[in-house]
Design a protein around this ligand. Sequence first.
Ligand SMILES: O=C(O)c1ccc[n+]([C@@H]2O[C@H](COP(=O)([O-])O)[C@@H](O)[C@H]2O)c1
Ligand SMILES: Cc1cc2nc[nH]c2cc1C
Length: 329
Amino acid sequence: MTKPPGSLGVLEDVAAQLCGTAGTCPPPLPAPTAVAVFAADHGVHTQGVTPWPQEVTAQMVANLVRGGAVVNAFAAQLGADVVVVDVGVATSYAVEATPALLRRKVRYGTADLAVGPAMTLDEARLAVEAGIEVATTLAADHGCLVTGDMGITNTTASAALVCAFTGASPAEATGRGTGVDDRTLARKVEVVTRAVARVPERPTTPEAALAAVAELGGLEHAALAGFVLGAAAARVPVLLDGVIAGSAALVAAALCPTALEHALAGHTSAEPGHGLALRALGLRPLLGLDLRLGEGTGALLALPLVASAARALRDVATFDSAGVTGKDE
Ligand SMILES: O=C(O)c1ccc[n+]([C@@H]2O[C@H](COP(=O)([O-])O)[C@@H](O)[C@H]2O)c1
Ligand SMILES: Cc1cc2nc[nH]c2cc1C
């Protein structure tokens, strides 16, 4: 290629990874792209760990399906499709049947992870399978999958998963989520501490990973773990969003370590557990914009970088074809 070796830095790693995922060089463009926004509610909401009412999850599902959320605006900018997947929304919403909403509800919100298992092993497995199914279906006509999430309280479950899978302390891994005050943050750390104490540290087997996500997770975390596995099995790159996807990717890595070879980290969010998860996974985030929205927004912003990495390998002339003299050896 007509450039000094290594001059595209991290994008060269991205390009090589895209080749490995597709099994071809140059790689296909990461297009068309689909964002799957996994939505669910959390019993731990009763502990007062977020200022937002639980109903906001259902209300945002309706907003996402109508195209009014930030992720819809970012997806429109890039020509990406947005699909909302209800794996566990607790309250009702009035949305007509549409391909933009997949109803895959496993249960109406999890149980309170502060006091006991968030869900049963069977429910965790069903949510993982829903994620695999959605990825498999989307991968049939998309060249890139993007993770999204919507779930009031889900940064508490994310922090608990990061602690369990990385060994980080609750104080390091727990953040302000949507923007909680000091008292709420202290309560959140205390809840995460109690929950993590019930789980054996650093699950590495598939059985232990499923047990940990059942104990601590949200239904969207389990589904996102499945989504990562499904994308890998279909050999389509999966671009991860924020701390919810990052903590779910820890579950996916314990279910099937090689699946993460097909994952890219779009950004690091402001939530401290996210950086901890990415470091444990060995994933380098493409952007760092202090985002803390979720929905898939940060991952989508990184999509043009991934596309440019593919373009470089596909379109750039070689020294021979362009008649450019190589460097002296
Ligand atoms: O993506 C992130 O890293 C991220 C960081 C902070 C908040 N969020 C979003 O905010 C919601 C959860 O925040 P909270 O404070 O209710 O736990 C949920 O809908 C997430 O998508 C997302
Ligand atoms: C309004 C709102 C939108 C969101 N999108 C993702 N998480 C969210 C949380 C809230 C509160």
